[in-house]
Design a protein around this ligand. Structure first.
Ligand code: FE
Length: 332
């Protein structure tokens, strides 16, 4: 009797998707713990699926996935920046996902054309300016930050940061290398001070009067606002008469050798849904990738904007070119 029961149990565990097979997923995440743990907890609570995870920077996680190969315990790679997602797919560690739900919920420009990763939140990188020294009517495009009137008034973050590499890659995609290089040179010419290591210190430099304009991801502005309530800096939605604001994503894909690909897919589908989109985006004051979902009220207050609709995977494809170009143009 006992033996029979054991055999029955073993049989049930082998049936894929069986209610008796305990679902578990392992996530390798480059998004930090405080931004993802609440999401994993909510999913566990809603579905009973256990989520184990480790967090690290994108590059070491990718090295690890490649080294582990078929023996990897990872089901999902979750990371920021389309450049990183593109590289993971290009290095062959992700598998295509065939999901109507994901295709319905995530706009085409925010996912891999070969469906190996999907963006789950949108990060807008736009112009910030001093409300004391700049009128918004003086602003228009990223390109125009190279005009002589901004000489000694522009602050930029380092070109070593993937956010800027992706942004310049997209400029190459739109305008070609030559024009982009000229623009980057004109920016370098206008720099008020040496480049910053992060967006927050750039915004603080504008507050301190070191410079008047810069380019940042909006959630850094949001974080500062949460701490200080009112600051003499505002966001400007760039390139609204043209291609739109440069956007990037935080996203994820299923690992090629995932042990629980079906459970992993269910989790990603849930992430794209109305139940999870606000949880995922709001924790970091980003924008939901699913256009049917409204951003957090604090974020919505910054106004609506047109986003660049070019596929974010171009950021990865052109990243090397962008890095070389920025080096030639003297952007450190
Ligand atoms: Fe960031």
């Amino acid at each position: 009797m006992y033996k029979q029961f054991k055999l029955l149990l073993a049989g049930l565990l082998l049936i894929p998707g069986s209610a008796f097979a305990a679902d578990e997923i392992v996530v390798y995440s480059a998004r930090n713990e405080q931004l993802i743990k609440p999401i994993f907890d909510a999913y566990e609570k809603a579905t009973g699926t256990r989520i184990k995870f480790i967090t690290d920077k994108a590059a070491p996680l990718l090295v690890r996935l490649k080294a582990e190969g078929k023996r990897t315990p990872a089901d999902i790679l979750l990371t920021v920046d389309a450049g990183n997602l593109w590289k993971a797919a290009n290095d062959g560690v992700l598998q295509p996902i065939n999901s109507k739900v994901l295709k319905n919920n995530i706009p085409a420009h925010l996912r891999d054309p070969a469906n190996r990763w999907f963006g789950f939140s949108v990060r807008a990188r736009t112009i910030v300016y001093s409300t004391k020294r700049v009128k918004p009517s003086e602003l228009s495009t990223y390109e125009a930050l190279g005009l002589p009137k901004w000489k000694g008034r522009l602050c930029l973050r380092t070109s070593k940061k993937v956010y800027n590499q992706s942004m310049v890659a997209m400029m190459i995609a739109h305008m070609g290398e030559k024009k982009t290089e000229n623009i980057i040179r004109s920016w370098v010419n206008n720099l008020a001070t040496k480049v910053f290591s992060n967006d927050t210190s750039l915004i603080k430099a504008i507050i301190a009067g070191q410079c008047d304009v810069g380019i940042v991801n909006t959630y850094y502005y949001g974080r500062l606002l949460r701490k200080q309530k009112s600051i003499p800096v505002a966001l400007y939605w760039s390139n609204q008469r043209g291609r739109g604001v440069h956007v990037n994503v935080s996203g994820a894909g299923i690992v090629k050798y995932a042990r629980h690909p079906q459970a992993a897919q269910k989790f990603l589908e849930w992430l794209s849904s109305s139940q999870a989109q606000n949880l995922f985006a709001d924790l970091n004051m980003e924008y939901p990738a699913n256009p049917k979902i409204a951003p957090h009220a604090d974020v919505a207050r910054w106004g609506k904007f047109k986003q660049d609709r070019i596929n974010v995977s171009r950021a990865g494809q052109l990243q090397k070119q962008a890095v070389k170009l920025m080096d030639r143009a003297g952007y450190r």
